[in-house]
Design a protein around this ligand. Structure first.
Ligand SMILES: [Zn+2]
Length: 236
């Protein structure tokens, strides 16, 4: 898929999910998983042409770029011409040659990093509450990465992404957004409360949810950790 950068109108290649192989998928109490593909799923990207950050949903989709046909030898061009191009190979070459250069050479956008999300959050007056919640949710998960282990037992990041004060302020701001009507789940709010050390509030919130929610492995884990006074992210 080709999209146009909303800042410079440059043509960019949008990553799409082409295959999905199965492996052991892990989930953590803050909603993070090891599924990956953040380059495909990230809602915020950077344009490599003008270096601006933009939300993918703000970019115009221009359609799919045809894949470049393999070059034809002189003999196969001659053969296609005299046989009336039955396989459409000449037409395919012509269609490719007629594409504008900006489209043919469209670079891939750059997936966002933690710094980009922090940059977006520097001025929240331009953000809808939903976008602010998205940004804070991603920053929140990043701030837990030093407490998340890979399958080889090593932490996702050696150092905390944010200092304690910044991580706490972000959790509080996210909780406030979710309490003011942004789409969320009782378990997500309970997990934020637990990570803020508000264990009794976290337990009450889960206990006031439906029985169906209370029985999920995530809800059971959050209550179990809250009852033992544990505020650290945990694998479910
Ligand atoms: Zn641009």
């Amino acid at each position: 898929m080709i999209i146009a950068c909303p800042h410079c109108d440059g043509k960019l290649h949008k990553s799409v999910l082409s295959s999905f192989s199965s492996w052991t998928i892990k989930y953590w109490t803050d909603g993070e998983s090891n599924i990956g593909f953040s380059n495909v799923f990230t809602p915020l990207v950077r344009c490599p042409l003008c270096q601006s950050l933009f939300w993918k949903s703000d970019a115009t989709e221009l359609g799919y770029k045809p894949s470049e046909p393999s070059p034809m030898s002189k003999i196969s061009i001659w053969y296609a011409k005299i046989t009336g191009d039955k396989e459409g190979k000449l037409a395919e070459q012509d269609a490719w040659n007629e594409l504008p250069m900006g489209l043919k050479n469209a670079p891939r956008y750059i997936p966002s990093e933690l710094e980009d999300w922090l940059e977006v959050l520097q001025d929240t007056s331009n953000l809808t509450p939903e976008r602010e919640a998205t940004a804070r949710r991603i920053v929140w998960r990043n701030s837990n990465d030093h407490n998340r282990l890979r399958s080889d037992g090593q932490p996702w990041s050696v150092e905390p992404a944010l200092c304690f004060g910044e991580a706490t302020a972000n959790r509080l701001a996210l909780l406030e957004l979710l309490e003011n009507g942004n789409p969320s789940s009782p378990t997500e709010k309970a997990e934020l409360l637990r990570q803020l050390g508000k264990f009794n509030e976290a337990i009450s919130l889960v206990e006031s949810a439906s029985h169906e929610v209370q029985r999920t492995p995530l809800a059971v884990k959050i209550v179990q950790l809250a009852k033992s006074g544990d505020a650290i992210v945990s694998e479910v």
